[in-house]
Design a protein around this ligand. Structure first.
Ligand code: HEC
Length: 125
């Protein structure tokens, strides 16, 4: 009987929650899913929004460059991409300061996009 009730509850949950799958993605962002597009990364439309929405720019800009890191604008971001510290810090790799400081790790898809942009040659586009 118990199992039957559970099955019924799940059925109702499925039937009434239109955003079931969306919620699952929010809850498990590290899960590999096909919705993360990493082709042809653009600095302006892919990378800048990641740095802005995760407060990176708030702590790393011309007037407040925490630890000497300024992430405002391509010329300032590129050296940190090239020396591996941008990726190492957001991916919480050993030997790097975990970023964003004091905040949870950013979405895996955003980390993948940063990695893809670096692998694609840190294009200024
Ligand atoms: C609350 C302020 C704050 C935020 C938000 C923040 N940082 Fe930092 N960041 C720092 C400080 C402070 C340091 C110096 C490390 C330390 O002293 O702990 C640092 C260091 C770094 C470094 C150098 C890492 C190293 O190992 O040398 C990079 C790269 C970096 N941050 C990138 C980022 C990125 C990318 C984001 C957004 C995902 C981000 N930061 C968000 C404050 C911040």
């Amino acid at each position: 009987m118990k199992t039957k009730n559970l099955a019924l509850a799940l059925l109702i949950a499925f039937a009434t929650q239109g955003c079931w799958y969306d919620n699952e993605e929010d809850m498990y962002p590290s899960q590999n899913n096909n919705s993360c597009v990493t082709d042809n990364m653009s600095f302006t439309s892919d990378i800048v929004p990641i740095l802005t929405s995760n407060s990176c720019i708030s702590c790393h800009n011309a007037s407040m460059s925490s630890s000497g890191v300024n992430l405002d604008g391509y010329d300032n971001v590129k050296p940190w991409a090239d020396n591996g510290r941008l990726y190492g810090s957001v991916n919480h790799d050993n030997g790097y300061f975990a970023m964003p400081q004091g905040l949870p790790k950013i979405d895996q898809c955003q980390i993948d996009k940063l990695k893809a942009w670096i692998d694609q040659g840190t294009t200024n586009n």
